[in-house]
Design a protein. Structure first.
Length: 304
């Protein structure tokens, strides 16, 4: 689940990448939206960046110090596993160019179902469509590499007739979750928590296997610009509130829970851990705000 930001449609960046990745891999797709023309949304999906376009970008990436080690590891593993990848033509995960629409051949002949949420007054019709879609992707070893994808945009938006029927929405999400567990599929649902009561929003969040939220950042915030590197390229923040724990009781400990959403060269969405300047424990002042290369002039109890 993705909690939307009422100030900016950053959740649409995640949905577009999610849908495009599935279509590039020839995976079945179901898309539901409160918009009047959900199928027209397919024309706004980004196009993948293939190796020809990646060469020029890799030249710039190699200049960045932080990516040199990762690039060397990738080069090493590519050499070691070349015999397994000779016949592999598609990447498991692609970068997408938001400025170029997805070519029509990616979705013209595929199994794609587009649904208007307005047409389902009590979610019964929508639930039946989802169940029919999931019945075509049973869980077995043969189709493990071709899972179905469900993308539901703005569940409970004011355009939906069921926006005031909280019990129906909870029952739908709970039933969809159980059906997905027994099929070879994955779903992404975005919802506007600012339009719901706090108690209902919390209940929806508890139903999610993985829960994230997106938030816009001010265009010109001098304080944040001092604290965060690459602030000029950021369009928002993504926070991870919960990670799926299936068939395990061991909690997942993340190295970071907040990521910056950036548009690399204004075309590709990337997520990066926040690179924050160190903070002086005694004063709470960031070294980056002192204006000196030597850091804070105040001496803390743990300084040496």
């Amino acid at each position: 689940m993705v909690m939307e930001d009422p100030e900016a449609p950053h959740h649409m960046l995640l949905i577009r990448n999610f849908m495009s990745q599935g279509l590039v891999h020839n995976q079945p797709l179901l898309y539901a939206s409160p918009a009047k023309d959900p199928r027209g949304f397919l024309g706004t999906l980004p196009s993948p960046v293939f190796s020809k376009d990646e060469k020029s970008r890799d030249r710039d990436a190699e200049q960045e110090k932080g990516l040199r080690i990762a690039w060397q590891y990738k080069k090493y593993f590519d050499e070691q596993n070349s015999e397994f990848q000779r016949d592999e033509k598609s990447e498991y995960c692609n970068d997408f160019d938001l400025r170029k629409p997805l070519e029509r051949h990616f979705y013209s002949g595929q199994q794609i179902d587009c649904i208007r949420l307005e047409d389902s007054a009590d979610l019964t019709t929508f639930h039946d469509r989802c169940s029919s879609f999931l019945s075509q992707t049973p869980r077995n070893d043969r189709n493990i590499t071709c899972p179905g994808r469900i993308a539901i945009q703005s569940l409970g938006a004011p355009q939906c007739d069921f926006s005031d029927k909280e019990c129906n929405m909870l029952s739908f999400v709970r039933s969809l979750k159980n059906t997905i567990r027994s099929s070879n599929a994955v779903a992404v649902i975005t919802f506007p928590p600012s339009l719901f009561s706090p108690s209902f929003s919390k209940r929806l969040q508890h139903l999610a296997d993985t829960l994230v939220s997106v938030k816009a950042i001010p265009d010109e915030d001098k304080e944040l610009a001092k604290l965060l590197t690459g602030y000029q390229d950021m369009v928002g923040l993504l926070s991870v509130h919960k990670v799926a724990r299936i068939n395990t009781q061991v909690p997942t400990i993340l190295e970071a829970t907040t990521f910056s959403m950036k548009l690399q060269k204004r075309r590709s969405l990337i997520l990066e851990c926040l690179n924050q300047a160190p903070i002086d424990g005694s004063s709470g002042i960031s070294y980056a705000s002192s204006g000196s290369c030597t850091g804070s002039s105040k001496t803390g109890a743990l300084d040496f």
